[in-house]
Design a binder for this molecule. Structure first.
Ligand code: NAD
Ligand code: UDP
Length: 391
């Protein structure tokens, strides 16, 4: 393997590698490809059914060839049913699996697709890595923690303020899901089972693996704006839902009062953590990592208020007089929805293994993300709104 002139956290030279990235055309994949192309010499075999979000990395802009043109190849394939998958994994030193159905609106309305996508379709990836002695970085989710222990305490219990009852630790916290008819948990449960399978492959067959649990990574290119670059009736994750409301000058919808709490992390901070995992296998193998920003906690209502303020600043448009409206989860997501109450990642393991910390405040990450949303979509939304409705 070629020398890269770069060193890892232990001062060892990093060798150039070939990475098979499955789900490379999605939100996280697009940022990871961009980072790998612009800052490292590694090669990427980018696998996805779509490539719109990485087109800028694949096609020459204005006739000039891209400096990384021979380091990224796009392979349009569906991993559900394509025999080329094993060959691509064999060609690579490392496989990163990002492919998934991962929008909450799908978990209770398309539970079978959700379970197949997050468990069954990931099985061959794990098997090919294990059988061929290849390293795997698998994307799981913070949702495997489910609800906090504290959420089961009486509302006025002082223990609810004790971090022992809500901070989520990779090697200690239990996974607490709702009942089976709460199909919201189909995703979390499928992700948990694939984590357990990967862990067992490591224990019994020596698979070199790293499991990543993202805590609400957000930034440009996340999901879609309904009716613009995605289906009109589609329901993306909260950043895109609220962006869509702001672009259309409609109130932001707060599900069940917007009382749930989340910690949001800027995609670019999170990608730094993934690059450290890629380039420091000795420190990352066999680990499960929370990747989030514990300092950026808000309720969904507070997020809506902050996004409204930031959007007004970056667009120069006044905020609505009534910026939010309450909606029930049944109305918004349908039967079988349930929610995680609070998600604060413990950072001990990622700190110890990779010395990584997030940097960007919630205000700053919203400012850059909403600047992108406004620049990318405001005109298209304006035109869509002004189109006469067909009679
Ligand atoms: P995304 O939906 O933007 O990206 C997933 C990509 O996988 C899409 O481009 C999709 O086309 C592709 N894909 C899905 N099924 C496929 C198949 N059968 N064959 C080929 N390609 C397929 O989602 P994302 O936000 O980039 O998430 C990536 C991973 O991280 C997922 O596993 C998700 O569960 C996990 N995750 C993300 C977050 C977050 O904050 N963004 C939070 C928790 C977990
Ligand atoms: N949510 C909301 N309004 C919306 C979209 C989402 O109030 O328009 C809430 C949702 O109920 C959840 C939180 O925002 O409590 C985060 O939702 P997201 O889609 O990002 O997924 P999650 O963090 O639950 O995986």
């Amino acid at each position: 393997m070629a020398s890269t002139g770069r060193v890892d956290l232990d001062g060892r030279e990093i060798k150039g590698m070939t990475i098979c990235m499955i789900g490379a055309g999605g939100f996280i994949g697009s940022h990871l490809c961009e980072k790998l192309m612009s800052e490292t010499p590694h090669k990427v075999l980018a696998v996805d059914v779509y490539n719109d979000k990485i087109k800028q990395l694949l096609e020459p802009q204005g006739g000039a060839s891209l400096p990384w043109f021979d380091r990224i190849q796009f392979h349009r394939l569906n991993i559900k049913n394509d025999s080329r998958l094993e060959g691509l994994i064999k060609m690579a030193d490392l496989t990163i699996n990002l492919a998934a159905i991962c929008t909450p609106a799908d978990y209770n309305t398309r539970p079978l697709d959700t379970i197949y996508s997050n468990f069954i379709d990931a099985l061959p990836v794990v098997k090919y890595c294990s059988e061929n002695g290849k390293r795997l970085i698998h994307f799981s989710t913070c949702e495997v923690y489910g609800k906090t222990i504290g959420s089961f305490l009486p509302k006025d219990s002082p223990l609810r303020q004790d971090p022992a009852y809500y901070v989520l630790k990779e090697d200690e916290s239990p996974c607490i899901f709702g009942s089976i008819e709460k199909q919201r948990w189909s995703y979390a449960c499928a992700k948990q089972l694939i984590e357990r399978l990967i862990y067992a492959e490591g224990a019994e067959n020596g698979l070199e693996f790293t499991i990543v649990r993202p805590f609400n990574w957000i930034g440009p290119r996340m999901d879609f704006i309904p009716g613009i670059d995605g289906p009109s009736e589609g329901v993306p994750r909260v950043l895109a839902c609220f962006s869509n409301n702001l672009l259309r000058h409609e109130p932001l919808k707060l599900v069940d009062g917007g009382q749930s709490q989340r910690t949001f992390i800027y995609i670019k901070d999170a990608i730094e953590a993934v690059l450290l995992m890629i380039e420091n296998p000795a420190r990352a193998n066999g680990q499960i990592f929370n990747v989030g920003n514990p300092n950026n906690e808000v309720t969904v209502r507070q997020l809506a208020e902050m996004m409204t303020q930031v959007y007004s600043k970056v667009s120069g448009e006044p905020s609505l007089e009534v910026p939010t409206v309450d909606v029930s989860s049944k109305e918004f997501y349908g039967e079988g929805y349930d929610d995680s109450d609070k998600r604060i990642p413990d950072m001990t393991i990622i700190n110890r293994q990779l010395g990584w910390n997030p940097k960007t405040s919630l205000w700053d990450l919203l400012e850059s993300t909403l600047t992108y949303q406004h620049r990318t979509y405001a005109e298209a939304v304006r035109q869509a709104i002004s189109k006469p409705v067909a009679s």
